[in-house]
Unconditional design. Structure first.
Length: 547
């Protein structure tokens, strides 16, 4: 029983992690880059699977997304969250197996738990779109374990796993580099007949690059190349800092490593000192070095603002390579009971702090879900008149995560696969920030239009309401039906004119300031909701509103 204790503890940690990940993502919907898959790849052409996302290959994530949408529709993000959670747990389990072969079960447990509760890398673990990175890491680890076998069957499995790793994202190139180094190091004992295990995935990747990948955006510059060593150092330091629970970044901000850099330098000094005293490392160390270096240098060469080494989405892969390197450097080291207790205490402290980062990341995605469901609900309400090219720019949407969404593509996807948005009843009961944002999007999507004239047009059957000016105007509102409304403002200073519909206690749609002694023509198109708009005119002088 004592011998199986680390495995039992790992199983408990995996179960607790699964529960935590599902709790953090409960009720959330599709976010940011996921919309590129949902809207820009709706057909079943070669481009839908093979065109790059940013500079990455995305064949397998695109296929998984299509399968899930075709099976479960677009009303819920739960299926992709399930797939993501399984991948995260699987990667941690494979890391446990890898480290156990080098450090024993207790050392493997520490590495797996640190990796499983890597809070600063929350974006890679609870945002399903990042399945691209996690999938590459998962099958890259499987490839390394297959290479451990050192036989033909292991090589065949490694070839399959490497092909899958490179099909998820360009992170797979790091593991391709590891396999190349493994073949070169074992050429005397195994010959070069094993070249196929890298040749097949490399040729498939090259075919993709020739056909589609060469059109992807690239940011390689001489400056990036020359400054890449600093980038690599920052990437490794950020990973160390994240593993130890020392990262101070918030869910929507990234900060350069502070404690991670001196700790990393101290670790490098210890490694060099250890090599001086007892020279030599395992041959299995160098493939991991190749993988880690390839990962960080490729990131460095393509660095632009927003892709700094300490961004949270890069910490998952960085932490994995740090743990793999540590396992190889400490290989076969006998860890004392006191050493295990200290390492266990550090692990518990790091996990406790990193859980806070998970919670903050989950709450941030909850907030994004409110914007997403409200904004998309507004587009559906305005579906009769919205321009197909209408985009949810940050100024309109209240968030930058929906800039990919265009009304025409979105409404077509909803027609085919269902809606993830608030319906009218849900929107009326949504939190205030969601209702407020829906009003803003609705006014732009319909669109609500304003024209200022010197006199009112001659219209029959007008119903008019007289509004007093001054302090009393701060508390008045006029219910409006769809159609044309005129606002006749008496001579005097300019007035503030605003609207609300789903919002309460505020008028979030601010129209142009209206000059005194003019008539404003306000047009509100009819839409899918029977809910009234409310007009607010705040002025020093009398106003008359006619509908």
């Amino acid at each position: 029983m004592k011998r199986n204790a680390p495995t039992a503890v790992l199983c408990t940690a995996l179960a607790m992690s699964a529960a935590m990940l599902f709790a953090l993502t409960s009720g959330q919907t599709f976010f940011q880059d996921t919309w590129a898959f949902l809207l820009d790849r709706q057909d079943f052409s070669a481009d839908a699977f093979l065109k790059p996302h940013n500079e990455h290959i995305a064949v397998i994530p695109a296929a998984i997304n299509k399968l899930l949408v075709a099976t479960f529709g677009m009303t819920t993000a739960l299926p992709e969250q399930v797939v993501m959670t399984v991948a995260v747990l699987g990667a941690a389990a494979l890391l446990f197996v890898y480290v156990r072969r080098r450090l024993g079960p207790w050392g493997a447990l520490i590495a797996a738990v640190l990796f499983l509760y890597l809070g600063p890398a929350w974006a890679d673990m609870i945002w399903p779109f990042q399945l691209a990175f996690v999938g590459s890491a998962l099958f890259g680890l499987a490839m390394l374990l297959a290479l451990d076998r050192g036989d033909r069957r292991g090589d065949v499995a490694a070839c399959v796993f490497l092909t899958l790793s490179t099909g998820f994202s360009s992170l797979g190139l790091s593991f391709l580099a590891a396999a190349v180094v493994d073949i070169l190091l074992r050429r005397r004992s195994h010959g070069l007949s094993r070249v196929y295990l890298v040749a097949i995935p490399a040729m498939l990747y090259a075919a993709w690059w020739i056909g589609w990948g060469h059109e992807a955006e690239r940011h390689v510059t001489l400056t990036n190349v020359l400054t890449s060593p600093r980038y690599v150092l920052e990437g490794a330091a950020s990973a160390v800092e994240a593993l130890l629970g020392l990262n101070k970044a918030g869910p929507d901000a990234a900060v350069p490593p502070e404690w991670g850099l001196p700790i990393l330098i101290a670790l490098i000094v210890l490694v060099v000192y250890g090599q001086i005293r007892r020279p030599g490392v395992s041959l299995r160390f160098w493939p991991v070095v190749a993988a880690a270096a390839t990962n960080w240098f490729l990131e460095a060469f393509n660095s632009i603002p927003g892709r700094e080494a300490y961004q949270n989405r890069y910490m998952y892969a960085g932490a994995l390579f740090v743990l793999l390197l540590a396992a190889e450097l400490l290989r076969d080291m006998r860890i004392t009971r006191r050493g295990l207790l200290v390492a266990g205490g550090v692990t518990l402290a790091a996990v406790s702090v990193n859980l806070i980062a998970f919670r903050e990341g989950g709450r941030w995605l909850d907030d994004q879900t409110l914007f997403t469901r409200a904004d998309l609900g507004a587009i559906e309400i305005a579906s009769r008149t919205v321009d197909p090219g209408f985009s949810l720019t940050p100024e309109i949407a209240g968030t930058g995560s929906l800039a990919i969404v265009q009304a025409g593509q979105y409404l077509q996807a909803v027609n085919d696969h269902g809606s993830p948005a608030y319906d009218i009843e849900e929107l009326a009961m949504a939190p205030p920030v969601a209702r407020r944002q829906a009003d803003i999007v609705l006014s732009a999507a319909l669109p609500v239009s304003v024209t200022v004239r010197d006199q009112a047009p001659a219209l029959a059957n007008r119903r008019c309401v007289e509004l007093a000016g001054g302090e009393a105007s701060r508390f008045t509102e006029v219910p409006l039906p769809p159609g044309l409304t005129t606002i006749d403002l008496a001579p005097g200073p300019a007035a503030e004119v605003s609207l609300r519909r789903f919002a309460t206690g505020e008028f979030p749609v601010a129209l142009d300031r209206t000059r005194g002694d003019t008539v404003t023509l306000l047009r509100i198109p009819r839409d899918e909701s029977s809910r009234r708009w409310y007009l607010h005119v705040e002025s020093q002088q009398r106003a008359r509103v006619c509908v």
